[in-house]
Ligand binder design. Structure first.
Ligand code: CA
Length: 229
């Protein structure tokens, strides 16, 4: 059974969300306190986090940031303010989705399912003991979702890792921005094509010696990107 944590100070909203998710067979916990919610998310193994933005003491932005430092779990952020979406994007918090209140519980459930299945597809087959990808001092450990450069671990956000592993698993093939966006973010996901370029840039800053002359992820002008080995 998939486990979901709802971090939301308004109990009536949290309970409504929980009721709908439970009907669909999810195991749901509610935390009304941001700090406790954060600690619990880090300490336990949830499959997805539904995170309200406006919480007393510690807000959803900060919680999202702190979860991302440690975990790849999908995070859906919820807020009453539409303008928060720009802030979430601008801050690059690593949230997977965003919903504005009020939303229909059915839509929430649909989005939860879609994020869970995408995450499963990307992480996939945990028990099959897939081999690490090793290229020129770069080691990508699929199972642990960790990246090492010359023996030193490099921190990756969930989407950066998804993108890197996707390209590296299909070496020397060119993928368009559209293809990458659909694969990593999902066709109906919020976000724009420019997101792909932003993530490529961030990955290059982490693994390339010279970002203007990349040796791992090449730009193929007019076509897209290619991971070269
Ligand atoms: Ca709130």
């Amino acid at each position: 059974m998939k486990r979901i944590i709802i971090i939301e100070d308004e109990l009536s909203i949290a309970e409504l969300e929980r009721d709908y998710l439970e009907i669909d067979g999810f195991d749901v916990d509610i935390e009304q306190n941001g700090y406790t919610g954060l600690q619990r998310t880090l300490a336990e193994n949830y499959d997805l986090v539904i995170l309200d933005l406006m919480l007393p003491e510690i807000d959803g932005f900060e919680i999202c940031k702190r979860i991302r430092r440690k975990k790849e779990v999908p995070i859906m952020m919820v807020s009453a303010k539409k303008e928060d979406i720009d802030k979430i994007r601008g801050l690059g918090l690593g949230a997977d989705d965003y919903m504005t209140k009020p939303f229909s519980p059915a839509e929430l459930v649909a989005r939860v399912k879609s994020h869970l299945s995408r995450y499963e597809r990307l992480v996939g087959h945990k028990d099959e003991g897939e081999e690490d990808i090793k290229v020129k001092g770069l080691v990508i450990n699929k199972n642990a979702r960790r990246v090492y450069l010359n023996g030193k671990e490099v921190a990756f956000t969930a989407k950066e890792f998804d993108l890197l592993i996707f390209l590296a698993s299909n070496p020397n093939r060119v993928f368009s921005k559209e293809h990458i966006f659909d694969r990593i973010w999902g066709e109906n996901s919020f976000g724009e094509l420019a997101t792909v370029a932003v993530h490529i840039r961030k990955i290059r800053e982490k693994i390339e010696k010279d970002t203007s002359n990349p040796e791992f992820i090449e730009t193929v002008w007019g076509a897209g990107y290619r991971f070269t080995i």
